[in-house]
Design a binder for this molecule. Sequence first.
Ligand SMILES: [Zn+2]
Length: 290
Amino acid sequence: MSIILGLVSLVIATAISIAATVFLDFEVLHFSIVFIIPIGALIIGGICGYGYFKGLVLSNKAIKGYHYLIAFILGIICLGAIKYGTYQLTCINPETFNIEYSLDGDHISNYELPDYGPMTFVNFNRYLIETTPVSFSYRRREVAEVSNKTAGWVLTIIDYLGLIVGCMVVSGLATGDRIYCDKCKKYMKRKHIFNIPKEEGEGFFIALESLMAEPMPVTTLKELEQKFSKNAKEYYKCYISYCESCKDTILDITLIEKDGNNKYTENDEFEYKKKIDFNLVQVYTEKKVG
Ligand SMILES: [Zn+2]
């Protein structure tokens, strides 16, 4: 399943990239922000790898090192397919001598250029890389335009790596942070259960720890929810991950708070992940319970 979905998303990523070039004259692959972050390449790579990793998750396979190697290879194939597909469609308008994209035009390979020779696939791409001016813009204003062989190669390599990296790091998105149960060889279910206001945090964690330390707890997490949970802008977001087969359960909590830019985001430094008795949270795994 992962291979089939992997091939499907490979084709989709390639088609999107080629279509944007042909119909919009927009090279997604070479779209960067803040000068060199290859955001377009990362997105195309992400689309390419997503299907493969999603397939692994759907067939309950743990993601291991060699899967990243396969994603790496998929990224290279995608890159080659985009470049070769675009090349195959690259024609010259006989009247204006401009490049246009068509299936039955006068193909670029019928031409040759001084210094580059006949416009084969390799020569044509070398020509593009070395002669396409690179424009740097800042807040929508163009601040510099460089036409330099070295700069062309460096930026092209960054874009190519961006695609491959995107193809590999998308694994996190495909698993949706789900934990793998090694005992049962399947992905756990993950569910958001409630939020605790940041200022209630101290009392909540003390109550939580003592609840989890009890050998025969008489209360459940639901009672802590009723006691502490309220709406707040800064809060602890509580999730449970549980294996439907062996009932292994992990409580994991993230902290949402205001960052330096006045935005409410997850604080990466806060981490809480602990095993918890399934009986304490069972009520949340049943349907109709919010
Ligand atoms: Zn299990």
